[in-house]
Design a binder for this molecule. Structure first.
Ligand code: T4K
Length: 369
């Protein structure tokens, strides 16, 4: 077997000749950013593909989170999950808002709705859950709680590109949802992201906010930011959209192989597909029970590394354990037992569209032998 480096992911790249054709058009037009032709085309194509009414492109997946909180004028405290990439909580912090962590449901890794009410205070204004690994949150229950207490809901859907529940996009839940199109995601525009909203008026407001607040040449409607996607990445994104279904299917096949081989391994657990959910196979986390498996998570992680298999411990450490946040009362480990257990046992196996049978075998070999 070869010992070439196997990484946790590998970007989906458009065909270079096709990209070159689009670059020629951009060069000819000399319009390279600020709401150009390809920006429009990609917004239309994505709204259609993702089955959402309105979408606004961004330059990465962090700025739509920050902008969503601004747009809804969120203040005070926001209830969120510690089991995510650090950008989720940073977006709250950057708005001068206090994050309040609640524990997760070990069946999905997502915020446990039953823990939300106990975390609500008179200062709470919103809930920011994450569809972690693309596993859909319990959006119905979260909305019920939000409606009862008059809270807004912003979903960090960075992992949930194309995920549907009973034929409907998960991105339509809550007040706003945000996406990341980073190189490491199922669908990428190199760096990039988006926000999904329900109505045209909100889209217009977000479009202004991502362009410094400019409504026209002489009118600034609010303290906006610069988070526009340029024409080159929008063109790249249009090409990647044509092949994303094939890439997701290739990931699905890898998930099938992993599950088949790992189902009978004592001390290793993983998520199965959820009935009625169209998954995107963005990540393949496994959870190591050291006692039953006979090896700790970190021992297995290092063993993989020594064999040139670069899995990742997403999400370890927990966000609530980083120095900025660990002093918050809600970050106290006793408040977050499930999140700690998951974070201390998780390994995300290599998962992307280019993994060959031999690659999959090499990954499994590390775990099975
Ligand atoms: N919310 C959530 C829930 C998120 O997960 C993220 C981002 C965000 C918000 C914020 O979205 P962005 O602002 O990033 O759009 C990665 C990504 O940088 C980050 O986007 C992602 N989540 C996070 C989970 O993972 P790293 O530091 O692990 O990436 P890195 O550079 O170590 O790459 C991992 C592997 O991917 C490499 O070992 C090889 C492969 N790779 C990576 C890159 C960049 C390539 O083959 N080619 C490449 O160009 O953070």
């Amino acid at each position: 077997m070869s010992d070439k480096k196997i990484t946790v992911t590998s970007p989906l790249l458009p065909n270079l000749e096709e990209l070159n054709e689009l670059l020629k058009q951009i060069w000819k037009s000399r319009w390279i950013t600020n709401n150009g032709h390809f920006h429009h085309q990609l917004e239309e194509a994505l709204a259609d593909y993702l089955k959402v009414p309105y979408i606004s492109l961004f330059t990465n997946g962090t700025l739509p989170l920050i902008t969503a909180l601004q747009a809804l004028r969120i203040t005070g405290e926001v209830i969120t999950t510690p089991y995510s990439f650090v950008a989720t909580t940073h977006a709250i912090w950057w708005n001068g808002i206090k994050p309040v962590f609640v524990d997760v449901d070990p069946r999905t890794g997502n915020m446990d709705p039953e823990k939300i009410e106990a975390a609500i205070t008179p200062r709470t204004t919103a809930i920011m859950p994450v569809h972690v690994y693309g596993n859909p949150c319990d959006t119905k229950r979260i909305q019920e709680i939000a409606d009862t207490y008059g809270l807004k809901v912003i979903y960090d859907a960075a992992h949930a590109f194309g995920v549907e529940v009973n034929g409907k996009s998960i991105l339509n839940a809550g007040d706003l949802s945000t996406l990341s199109f980073h190189a490491t995601k199922v669908y990428n525009t190199v760096e990039g992201g988006a926000m999904v909203m329900h109505d045209e008026k909100t889209k217009q407001r977000i479009d202004h906010l991502k362009n410094f607040g400019f409504a026209d040449e002489v009118t600034v409607v609010g303290p906006g930011i610069n988070s526009k996607m340029d024409e080159i990445r929008a063109a790249y994104g249009l090409l990647n959209l044509k092949q994303v279904d094939t890439a997701i299917e290739a990931r699905h096949q890898v998930a099938i192989k992993y599950r088949k081989a790992l189902r009978s391994v004592e001390g290793i657990s993983f998520f199965d597909d959820i009935p009625g959910v169209k998954h995107n196979y963005s990540y393949f986390p496994i959870f190591v029970d050291a006692e039953k498996y006979g090896m700790t998570r970190d021992e297995l992680y290092l063993k993989m590394k020594s064999k040139n298999v670069f899995a990742r411990r997403y999400f370890y450490p927990l966000i609530s354990d980083f120095s900025t946040y660990k002093g918050l009362p809600s970050a106290f480990p006793a408040n977050l037992p499930n999140a700690h257990k998951m974070s201390d046992s998780v390994i995300c196996l290599p998962m992307h569209h280019l993994l060959s049978d031999e690659d999959v075998e090499r990954v499994l070999d590390c775990i099975l032998h």
